[in-house]
Ligand binder design. Structure first.
Ligand SMILES: Cc1cc2nc3c(=O)[nH]c(=O)nc-3n(C[C@H](O)[C@H](O)[C@H](O)COP(=O)(O)OP(=O)(O)OC[C@H]3O[C@@H](n4cnc5c(N)ncnc54)[C@H](O)[C@@H]3O)c2cc1C
Length: 509
């Protein structure tokens, strides 16, 4: 008989989605097991950035500081296909920059946090089969010492675009096949001047060179992809494609990684099938244009973690877990559209020239460029809050800004209060606080805070992820009924956690 393991939540895949979800669940005291197919972490990074929205979300978990300490901020965001630099809209984020940091480091930092909170990580375990019944899921995995059976209350597939969990759960993955392929080479040129950083238009195609420490990342169209797209890219084949594109040979002293990727775009038709859920690339794949995949995975995990934790504990209000799909699937639809648009604009089709010209002129205007940045980075995310009146206050549905506060006589920031993982009912500057007993009974922390500029709000209810569920503006106009918001997002007192309400001022912004 196979060895067996029982856990509250089984996460398949230790990429950014799986590892942040493990942090979220383990920090809430949920018994969490991650199984990862690879015995060792890959040596090369696919992604190289955390965007403003990811940093805002990580800050709501006290997790931004280690990334900020070692990443390199750039004051604009990536956009593929047009000569525009996306400005970072300071009003919409607490982190108005893109942070350059390799995906491998992002994963290492998340893994340390997940393990530190008590999550279990089993490397070298490949999920092969998954069943579910009314009480839970049963997974089978091939481990280094043979088959292992894992019984869990819920299983989350964070196992990438070819997700076994998704297939086993019978969730469809409709979309478009890749129609063009890109070669990626992390290479060391024999002469560094031969591949200067930036885009280069050669007689045979465009080449993008991105500087990295000790090497360059080179991207160019794969003119002749083999029938088996997973066939390795050979050094000779890569050198030939580069020479054909630039119209000159580029001697290479070595290479670290050669691969190809396509522009397929697919979206899971459901994010949940019973006790099985999907997050990250398992739920959506899109062209890498715009460099958002890691960041979308982080948003998924951040959105799902607190909802699944409360569901496991039995304290979630009706429908809380389903709000994950309701909020994140439309966001993925927007990401698919935006990345496909960028991939199109990056193409050489002359028919697109008038469109490129028009868009370049429009996005030359600061207001248009800012709106584009907010949309591409998800900084305009406003979750639907039922029948509430969005006109009553701009915070509704959005991440409340990371205000400087004095609460319980201590200086703090709103993000540090959110990191306590409880809903927050806030009253600013002595304003009357409605329904405090009801809020406490629902597990919310009730906080009276002094704040220099609460942006027209005098009281607010924040969900445990920092998004605003209810606001009363100065003068008394509220976005809706606080009782309804408490019932919808907070549930019962069983959700109460012992985490501190007022934390220290977090380092860095
Ligand atoms: C060339 C390229 C460049 C990119 N650049 C960027 C960028 O600059 N910025 C950005 O934000 N994004 C970028 N991306 C996208 C980004 O890498 C992905 O979107 C991101 O890794 C998705 O995270 P994930 O956790 O959902 O999945 P993954 O990172 O794919 O992790 C899935 C994990 O599941 C494991 N797994 C798979 N099957 C099983 C199984 N059966 N059992 C157990 N484990 C399993 C895998 O080994 C893997 O570790 C890029 C992608 C590519 C291809």
């Amino acid at each position: 008989m196979s060895p067996s393991l029982t856990t509250d939540v089984l996460i398949t895949g230790a990429g950014p989605a799986g590892l942040l979800l493990a942090c979220e669940l383990a920090a809430e005291g949920i018994d969490t097991t991650v199984i990862e197919r690879d015995a060792e972490r890959p040596r090369r990074s696919r992604g190289f950035n955390l965007n403003a929205r990811s940093l805002d979300l990580l800050a709501r978990r006290g997790l931004a500081a280690p990334f900020l300490a070692e990443g390199r901020p750039t004051p604009h965001g990536p956009f593929t296909g047009l000569p525009v630099a996306l400005p970072m809209p300071g009003a919409a984020t607490d982190h108005p920059f893109t942070l350059g940091i390799p995906q491998l480091r992002i994963e290492q930092i998340l893994e340390e946090h997940a393990l530190g909170h008590g999550a279990r990580l089993l490397r070298g375990h490949r999920l092969t089969a998954l069943d579910q019944g009314p009480e839970g899921t049963t997974a089978r995995a091939d481990g280094p010492d043979g088959p292992v059976e894992v019984t869990a209350g819920h299983t989350v597939g964070c196992d990438g675009g070819r997700s076994t969990v998704r297939k086993q759960a019978g969730i469809g993955f409709p979309g478009t096949e890749a129609s063009s392929w890109t070669l990626l080479g992390d290479v060391v040129p024999a002469d560094t001047d031969a591949l200067p950083p930036g885009p280069a238009a050669g007689p045979g195609g465009d080449v993008l060179v991105l500087p990295r420490t000790g090497y360059v990342r080179v991207l160019l169209a794969d003119p002749d992809p083999p029938a088996d797209r997973d066939a390795p890219v050979t050094p000779a084949g890569f050198a030939r494609a580069l020479e054909d594109a630039l119209g000159r040979p580029v001697p290479l002293a070595g290479h670290l990684w050669l691969t190809r990727f396509g522009d397929a775009a697919r979206l899971a038709d459901r994010y949940r099938a019973g006790r099985v859920l999907l997050a990250g690339d398992a739920a959506h794949i899109h062209p890498p244009a715009g460099a958002v995949g890691v960041n979308v995975a982080i948003e998924d995990a951040h959105n799902l973690g607190w909802k699944l934790a409360r569901t496991v504990r039995g304290s979630a209000p009706e429908g809380l877990l389903d709000s994950y799909e309701a909020e994140r699937r439309p966001a993925a639809e927007r990401v698919l559209a935006a990345t496909r648009a960028q991939a199109l604009l990056a193409g050489r089709d002359p028919a697109l020239e008038p469109l490129k010209d028009l868009l370049t002129r429009v996005f030359d205007r600061p207001a248009a460029a800012t709106a584009l940045a907010e949309s591409l980075l998800g900084l305009d995310t406003a979750h639907p809050m039922g029948a509430a009146d969005p006109g009553a206050h701009p915070w509704l549905g959005r991440l409340a800004p990371d205000l400087d506060l004095v609460a319980d006589g201590r200086r703090t920031r709103l993000s540090a209060l959110v990191a306590g993982r409880r809903p927050l009912l806030l009253a600013f500057n002595g304003a009357d606080l409605p329904l405090p007993e009801r809020a406490e009974a629902a597990g919310a922390a009730v906080v009276r805070a002094q704040c220099g500029d609460p942006q027209g709000a005098e009281a607010a209810l924040l969900r445990p992820d920092g998004h605003t569920a209810w606001v009363r503006a100065r003068g008394g106009r509220a976005t809706g009924d606080l009782e309804d918001a408490l019932a919808r997002w907070c549930g019962t007192a069983g959700g109460r956690l012992t985490a501190p309400v007022a934390g220290p001022v977090p380092g860095g912004r």
